[in-house]
Design a protein around this ligand. Structure first.
Ligand SMILES: C[S@@+](CC[C@H](N)C(=O)[O-])C[C@H]1O[C@@H](n2cnc3c(N)ncnc32)[C@H](O)[C@@H]1O
Length: 189
């Protein structure tokens, strides 16, 4: 199976998942923002920023944001949206890590792990853990079902991340599991 051509998706529609209008997407963003343990962060990395809406919301809680995405078109959309924020917006495909001005204390993986094959999913989690501050918080969220073009269901991808991270010594702080999405956060003790 090949991952989808995200650039082609953004070329056909600049908001392919209807982030601006769908209640699912707006509620998902609100829940992600609500589960963050701290009010303020020094540096958040949104590692699959898509349209940039979540990165923009994070920028209001952070001194600095790095937003990256594998799609150059998504990066252009994010860059436009974050033009007034203290943000660095770059093309980067996980499990690679983009240049980071400083180690992030918040990393968000929103609806991206299920688009990576298994070995890359594990590599991405390890790369994020290595790039983040020891005190960092890590958030993973996915639509709980199995998109036709993804490697696995979001619930399974989030459970897999939970297993890998806990094996590596991360402690789970939040586990939000409802009919539509699964969101979780971890810290290192
Ligand atoms: C379903 S969208 C989610 C976008 C955004 N995180 C959100 O929740 O609204 C999936 C995004 O992941 C990006 N993506 C897919 N594979 C990626 C990878 N290996 N590294 C970084 N981004 C990737 C796509 O380009 C797309 O923007």
């Amino acid at each position: 199976m090949q991952p989808p051509d995200f650039d082609a998706m953004y070329a056909a529609d600049p908001d392919p998942w209807n982030v601006r209008d769908s209640w699912y997407e707006r509620r998902k963003e609100a829940v992600v923002l609500a589960l963050l343990a701290r009010e303020r962060y020094a540096h958040a990395w949104d590692a699959a920023s898509g349209t940039g809406d979540l990165a923009l919301a994070l920028s209001r809680r952070c001194e600095r944001v790095t937003a990256s995405d594998a799609s150059a078109r998504a990066v252009a959309l994010t860059r436009d949206l974050l033009s007034d924020a203290s943000a660095s917006v770059v093309v980067n495909a996980l499990p690679e890590v983009p240049p980071l001005a400083e180690a992030p204390d918040l990393v968000v993986l929103a609806e991206v792990l299920y688009y990576l094959p298994e070995a890359d999913r594990i590599r991405a989690l390890d790369a994020v853990a290595a790039a983040a501050r020891p005190s960092a918080e890590l958030v993973v969220v996915h639509w709980r079902h199995h998109p036709d073009d993804a490697f696995l269901a979001g619930a399974a991808a989030t459970e897999e991340a939970d297993g890998v991270l806990r094996e590596r010594g991360w402690e789970r702080v939040v586990w939000h599991d409802d009919r539509h999405f699964v969101a979780a956060s971890w810290v290192r003790p």
